[in-house]
Design a protein around this ligand. Structure first.
Ligand SMILES: O=C(O)CCC(=O)C(=O)O
Ligand SMILES: [Fe+2]
Length: 203
């Protein structure tokens, strides 16, 4: 085995969770093709979140794709998923093959540069169920990704490379928060896709 390639069976976290970094999961030509397709074709929009009772418009842009009928209650608004494109279905199939899991929706994030990031949070919305696995695919600029344990405050971080896959398995969201820190060192865009499984009404 190449000493420098990540071991997808090694847990990034020391306790209370399971995070696996697969490194790049496709060749450079494919990743450039997906990156350019996503930048150009996704209807990117600023996200609106309610924080301490105030409405905040984020610099980061988002889009939410999913199976027909996927609705998602999130920070005071209800979102309806956009129908999968052929490219996103290809990426979903790749992620499902790597994780041996199925996903029915995907939240896409666009960070124009290192001036944009995402603060500490857990992906613990009720609609994800009690033990969600989140699979995160990254394209474009390399960015640092950090974890912080909710009780002890200990942190772990890693660099998410172009075309890389990160899998956050249960009970990670229960005990850890994650963030994408802002940085002055990055001047180019990063696209991130987080595949999730939303529980639909009646399930
Ligand atoms: O951009 C990332 O890598 C993380 C995105 C994230 O944490 C989220 O969408 O919940
Ligand atoms: Fe998240």
């Amino acid at each position: 085995m190449d000493l420098f390639s990540p071991d997808p069976t090694a847990n990034v976290l020391p306790a209370d969770g399971a995070v696996y970094y697969h490194g790049p999961v496709m060749d450079a030509a494919s990743s450039t093709r997906y990156y350019e397709n996503l930048l150009a074709t996704v209807p990117w929009q600023s996200d609106e979140v309610v924080l301490f009772g105030r409405r905040i418009v984020t610099a980061r842009k988002v889009a939410w794709y999913g199976n027909a009928g996927c609705r998602y209650a999130y920070s005071g608004t209800v979102k309806t998923a956009i129908a999968w494109t052929p490219e996103l279905l290809e990426l979903k199939a790749l992620v499902e093959e790597k994780t041996a899991l199925r996903f029915n929706s995907c939240l896409l994030n666009l960070y124009a540069s290192g001036h944009e990031g995402m603060g500490w949070h857990s992906d613990d919305e009720k609609s994800l169920g009690p033990a969600p696995t989140i699979a995160s695919l990254s394209f474009g600029a390399e960015r640092k990704f950090a974890f912080r344990h909710k009780r002890s405050g200990i942190t772990r971080s890693l660099v998410l490379e172009d075309a890389s896959l990160l899998v956050m398995a249960p009970p990670t969201q229960e005990h850890w928060q994650h963030s994408l820190p802002k940085t002055r060192k990055v001047g180019s865009p990063r696209v991130n896709l987080t595949f999730r499984s939303i529980r639909l009404p009646g399930q």
